[in-house]
Structure formats: structure tokens, C-alpha cells
Write a protein that binds this ligand. Structure first.
Ligand SMILES: [Zn+2]
Length: 207
């Protein structure tokens, strides 16, 4: 079953998810990458409009970026657990409260990928922290942010709408913060549906 599971997630157990070198059994990153990630500095403040606070566990480079790629494009799902562990370990305690709401991916992309990276990290974080998980936001249209220019992204924020009851206190969660257009759109949708506190955490942030 273990082998089947590994095949299903596309993971060969002894290889590091970030650099591809071999690592000790049961680990998803090698000692070198783990150490490099531990050295990466979190980024706080200066977040997108509409958020009360925003925090990212690392800048979008090096091992942190490689892990995002491994999760998103190589479907190494256990990486979501690694990301959640780092967030739980380093995020200010005051941010880790309320209900965790994953930033919604367009339905088309989720369908194509077969999973939703933000939802995977959010669910791992909910398990670690004991916070509630609420998938109350939906996204309409197939609008892609990746590959669009920054100006275009800011000019065409994704359409986000509540699809279920919205918690009063929300911790938005996403893998990468780029322009912040998506997080701002989420914050607007949440506040218009009654949220009074909206903070956000992302695994990485592009500077
Ligand atoms: Zn490595």
C-alpha cells in the first residue's frame, strides 16, 4: 500500500522534494534543503489592500520556491504538510486564529490538476493548529494569474464570491503572494459577507 500511495502522489520516498537529491527515509526534504529553508526569513507587513495583517513564511526563492513548484506542478502532496509545519512553527501566534479559508483556485485549474494546492496547505494547517477549516469562497471563470503581467493582474482581479456562510474572523491561506490582487478580492468578498477580521498567511511572497 505504501508503494501504491507513493506512486499515487508521484513521490519516490528517498528523494528531496526541493533538489531531487536522496534524503533519509520518511523525509520529504534533504538535510541541506531543510537547513536552508530554516534560514529563510519570514516577511511581515506591507500586505495587499483589504487585509488587517499579512505574513509570509519566506520570500519566493531558493528552497521555498522549489517546494511551491514541487507541490503545484509535480503534485508532491506531502509537501503541503511541510509548508504547514513551517507556518505553524514561525507565524505570529496572534495570526493563527479564526477560521482558515483557502484562497480559491479557478474550478478549471483544480479540475485539470486534480487538487488545489492552497486547500491542501490549509487543511494540513487546520489539522496542526486545531483551527476550523472553511472553504467558503469560490471563484468564477478560468482567469489565470500565472503568466499574466503584473499590471494586467492588478487590472483584472479574479472574481471571488462567498459560496457558504462566511466566518467573522478569517485567516486566508495561499501558497504564494504575488501582486496581492487575489487576496484583496478575497478580503472584499469576505467583508461584504460579514467578516470583521481578515488576515492572510502565504508560504512564500514574491518581492
Ligand atoms: Zn534537497
Amino acid at each position: 500500500m505504501k508503494i501504491l500511495h507513493s506512486l499515487a502522489t508521484g513521490l519516490v520516498p528517498p528523494l528531496c522534494a526541493a533538489c531531487g537529491r536522496s534524503c533519509r527515509p520518511g523525509a520529504f526534504a534533504c538535510t541541506r534543503c531543510t537547513r536552508r529553508l530554516a534560514d529563510a526569513k519570514p516577511i511581515a507587513g506591507g500586505g495587499p489592500q483589504g487585509l488587517d495583517r499579512c505574513w509570509s513564511s519566506a520570500s519566493h526563492e531558493g528552497v521555498a520556491r522549489d517546494l511551491v513548484t514541487a507541490l503545484k506542478f509535480r503534485r508532491l502532496l506531502p509537501v503541503a504538510g511541510l509548508m504547514a509545519e513551517r507556518i505553524e512553527w514561525l507565524a505570529p501566534a496572534s495570526l493563527l486564529s479564526g477560521s482558515i479559508v483557502p484562497v480559491p483556485t479557478s474550478p478549471l485549474r483544480t479540475l485539470r490538476r486534480g487538487f488545489d494546492p492552497a486547500a491542501e496547505i490549509a487543511s494540513a494547517l487546520a489539522e496542526l493548529t486545531g483551527l476550523t477549516l472553511s472553504t467558503c469562497l469560490g471563484r468564477s471563470g478560468g482567469g489565470r494569474q500565472v503568466g499574466r503581467r503584473r499590471g494586467e493582474r492588478l487590472g483584472h482581479p479574479p472574481r471571488v464570491r462567498p459560496k457558504a456562510e462566511v466566518p467573522r474572523s478569517v485567516l486566508l491561506l495561499d501558497d504564494v503572494l504575488t501582486t496581492g490582487a487575489t487576496l484583496s478580492a478575497c478580503a472584499r468578498a469576505l467583508r461584504s459577507a460579514g467578516a470583521v477580521r481578515v488576515v492572510a498567511i502565504t508560504f512564500t511572497r514574491r518581492l
